[in-house]
Design a protein around this ligand. Structure first.
Ligand code: COA
Length: 166
């Protein structure tokens, strides 16, 4: 989304931020953003072991596999710098990560709104998210409601999430 003319409901239009498609040279940077977020934002709801497992799974190969699967990635730039990214596939938001210094300024919302718009345009409206426990209230603001809890199993470790639907 390049500062699309008509902001969707909930979007905070920003003059200095825009969302664009992922480029191959973004991968190392968004991997770094995810790593920083895991270490700075997840400790309120996840153990050190959970975070270590998630960080271990955050590799360039994992992004390449996701791209090969067809996951759609969008990148947010603020003041010319990559500030976050989000991904979606098959009616689901798969991730939203905003680098901590840029959080709380509407970038996460811009990304979720852009995924929502792209998915709707592709005929696969976003109806669910497996929210990390620290982000349940964030996703609530887009109309997702918690249904049942679940977990991802990575290398024998269960990482809990909250399934949310709308
Ligand atoms: C969750 C995250 C993506 C939000 O991005 P952001 O740019 O800070 O979000 P915004 O500034 O657009 O905030 C949108 C709204 O959600 C709220 N919000 C943001 N992060 C929140 C959080 N972690 N918990 C509760 N509410 C949150 C904001 O207060 C704001 O509410 P408002 O509309 O009443 O002002 C960001 O905090 C992040 O990257 N966290 C770490 C990674 C993560 O947990 N991602 C989600 C799972 S993949």
């Amino acid at each position: 989304m390049n500062l699309r003319e008509e902001p969707t409901p909930g979007e905070r239009p920003r003059r200095d931020a825009h969302v664009r498609s992922l480029r191959p040279d973004d991968v190392a940077l968004i991997q770094m953003i995810k790593d920083i977020c895991l270490r700075e934002d997840f400790s309120s709801h996840y153990t050190a072991q959970h975070i270590a497992v998630l960080a271990g799974a955050n590799s360039e190969r994992a992004f390449e596999r996701a791209l090969a699967r067809g996951d759609q990635f969008l990148v947010a730039e603020m003041q010319g710098m990559v500030a976050g990214y989000a991904s979606w596939a098959e009616g689901e938001i798969l991730s939203t990560f905003v680098v901590p210094p840029a959080q709380g300024q509407g970038i996460g919302s811009l990304l979720v709104d852009a995924c929502t718009l792209d998915a709707r345009t592709a005929g696969r409206p976003i109806l669910r998210v497996r929210a990390t426990l620290n982000a349940v209230d964030f996703y609530r603001s887009f109309g997702f409601l918690p249904t049942e809890p679940g977990f991802h199993e990575i290398g024998g470790t269960r990482i809990p999430y909250q399934l949310m639907v709308r």
